[in-house]
Design a binder for this molecule. Structure first.
Ligand SMILES: [Zn+2]
Length: 132
């Protein structure tokens, strides 16, 4: 289970809305399943159905997390036009079996849907996100 402060959820939703119709992406980090840091990342894909984190920026974030002694807990991205579930591309590119993949769907912009998934060896399992 992953616990995320309410204000990070608000940040993720505003990030998703700002990037629409393209996808947004980012990283949540912290300790023991509790997110304490949010990194809004640059999406290098110019395609409304894909995202890819800018490698140099991602490397800098990994370094920063190491320095702070925190772990990457989740990777989030938005689905501007599709439901909150991993696409085939998302499943193929899920390189971090320990991370929760968070997807924000903006299909109904007034009511964004946020769900978390574990993706291991092509298998997808929904996991609970606790907002506090
Ligand atoms: Zn996706």
């Amino acid at each position: 289970m992953l616990t995320i402060p309410k204000h990070f959820i608000d940040d993720i939703i505003s990030h998703a809305k700002a990037e629409a119709p393209l996808e947004c992406c980012g990283i949540l980090a912290g300790k023991d399943g509790s997110a304490t840091h949010i990194y809004k990342m640059k999406n290098t894909e110019d395609d409304p159905d894909k995202y890819f984190m800018e490698p140099k920026e991602q490397f800098a974030v990994i370094k920063d997390m190491r320095l702070k002694g925190i772990d990457m807990l989740a990777i989030y991205h938005s689905h501007p036009h599709s439901p909150a579930r991993p696409s085939g591309v998302d499943i193929n590119l899920a390189y971090y079996p320990e991370a929760v993949y968070i997807i924000i769907s903006l299909m109904d912009t007034a009511k964004p849907v946020i769900k978390g998934f574990l993706i291991k060896e092509g298998k997808v399992e929904e996991t609970t996100i606790r907002i506090n």
